[in-house]
Write a protein of this length. Structure first.
Length: 254
């Protein structure tokens, strides 16, 4: 069997580098970060630029991801049946809850955000479609880990980082948390991923009643929670949204 093509591996590495960290990087930054010669790096960047995957700022000369890559990414997401079925329901969820709504799926030991509806107010927000969230401490990740055996295995193998003082990093406590998620049908993240931020999520099933994703809301902890924990109205709204998307995917009533 033929091995991987080195130039494609390097091009992929450059795209991943440009997708994270600084928004724009110079030739020297890219070359040094990946341990490549400047000439090799420049050749790959020029090729990616010609194909529209990379753009170069005419003033600074620095590189950033190009519009063609975004178009391909959006094309993938648009044909993703889960996202397509969830569009209307997640819009309704954000509107009824007053919080940002997210749809996530398992991807490479994490949660890939495939749809994000902004919180319905005038605050400045950043679109997080394409972002990755950890499995062990987010509401979406806990739900996937609780109901999807593959996600559970991926979570066990992933590197667990303490993102806040409340991040759950003990495997035994994590299993107890997942048992609670299964028992009540939803999961929560109370300042485990970001200080001052809480989330609640529920699983989405397909026509085979297999978990294919999770949907949830995220907001300031004082809005998401009350003295008794996560506000019951938000739990109900998230679970109703998850059921609606599941029904549209053929899961039937449950």
């Amino acid at each position: 069997m033929p091995g991987p093509i080195q130039s494609l591996e390097r091009a992929a590495a450059i795209l991943r580098l440009l997708a994270g960290g600084e928004r724009r990087l110079g030739l020297s930054d890219v070359a040094s970060s990946l341990g490549l010669a400047k000439g090799t790096t420049h050749g790959i960047l020029r090729t990616l630029q010609q194909e529209g995957f990379v753009e170069q700022d005419p003033v600074s000369g620095k590189y950033q991801l190009g519009a063609e890559l975004l178009r391909l990414g959006n094309s993938y997401l648009d044909v993703h049946e889960l996202r397509a079925r969830a569009l209307v329901w997640t819009d309704d969820l954000a509107r009824s809850s007053g919080e940002a709504a997210y749809l996530g799926v398992l991807h490479q030991q994490g949660v890939l955000i495939v749809h994000h509806v902004f919180r319905p107010d005038d605050s400045r927000q950043v679109l997080e479609v394409g972002a990755m969230q950890p499995l062990h401490c987010t509401a979406l990740g806990k739900v996937l880990s609780a109901f999807d055996p593959v996600a559970h295995s991926e979570a066990a193998e992933a590197e667990w980082t303490a993102l806040t003082a409340r991040t759950l990093t003990d495997p035994a406590l994590f299993e107890e948390e997942l048992a609670l998620v299964r028992a009540r049908g939803w999961g929560a993240d109370l300042e485990e991923t970001w200080d001052g931020v809480a989330s609640v999520a529920a699983p989405v099933y397909d026509r085979r009643r297999m978990p294919v994703g999770a949907v949830g809301v995220t907001g300031a902890v004082e809005r998401v929670c009350d003295a008794e924990g996560v506000r019951s109205r938000l739990v109900a709204a998230v679970r109703d949204c998850a059921r609606a998307v599941s029904r549209d995917l053929g899961a039937g009533r449950f």
